[in-house]
Design a protein. Structure first.
Length: 202
């Protein structure tokens, strides 16, 4: 139990400056975060070899763009064959015209570095609908992590534990955020927490 608490504190050290540096986002920024899924699907097709973020499945590589022969499916419809980075033996067949699951290119190194610098200014953003937590918007991940971190601190102060649902979404948001950043920055995922801490404390 002590190790869990110690790791939790370490995990969130990158957000210790939040309380002193909070800024309110504009309505347009909030609108962008909440509607990001719809906008992502309006982008042009991805190419074979590209790394993309597929919904809440994390970073995937586009291995192929093809038609699939499955009973009951539209044989003229194109599909991405995706290989999740965390499960190279797994395959995801995603329609190229999918309007239900958000897909986007991974961010650039410059965007990743800027995102880390702006972390203290990204405010909490809680969404009541559980489906809205399953996003591929990296700023939303940070907002959710912050919100759950403060909720966790409040519950600990009240002598309570974090709820299983909050714990689930906390781990999911951390996994997605650190997974994408580790790919872009060329660092092991396990080192991302310390890397962010050092960046924010510099």
């Amino acid at each position: 139990m002590q190790n869990i608490q110690k790791n939790a504190e370490k995990l969130f050290c990158s957000f210790h400056k939040i309380m002193k540096m909070k800024k309110k986002y504009t309505d347009s920024c909030r609108l962008f975060v909440l509607k990001s899924n719809r906008k992502e699907n309006q982008k042009k097709m991805f190419e074979v070899g590209e790394y993309i973020v597929y919904g809440c499945k994390g970073v995937c590589q586009v291995e192929e763009i093809t038609h699939i022969d499955i009973p009951g499916s539209n044989k003229d419809r194109l599909y991405y064959v995706l290989a999740p980075l965390e499960d190279r033996n797994g395959k995801i067949y995603a329609p190229t015209d999918n309007a239900k699951v958000a897909m986007r290119k991974v961010i650039t190194r410059q965007e990743a570095e800027q995102l880390i610098e702006e972390m203290p200014q990204i405010e909490e953003l809680w969404v009541a609908n559980e489906k809205q937590r399953e996003t591929c918007d990296f700023r939303a991940w940070i907002s959710i992590i912050k919100t759950l971190y403060f909720r966790k601190k409040e519950r600990i102060a009240q002598g309570k534990k974090i709820t299983s649902l909050d714990e689930r979404y906390l781990k999911a948001a951390e996994n997605e955020l650190y997974g994408e950043l580790s790919l872009i920055l060329g660092l092991p995922k396990s080192q991302m927490e310390d890397f962010i801490c050092r960046k924010l404390e510099a």
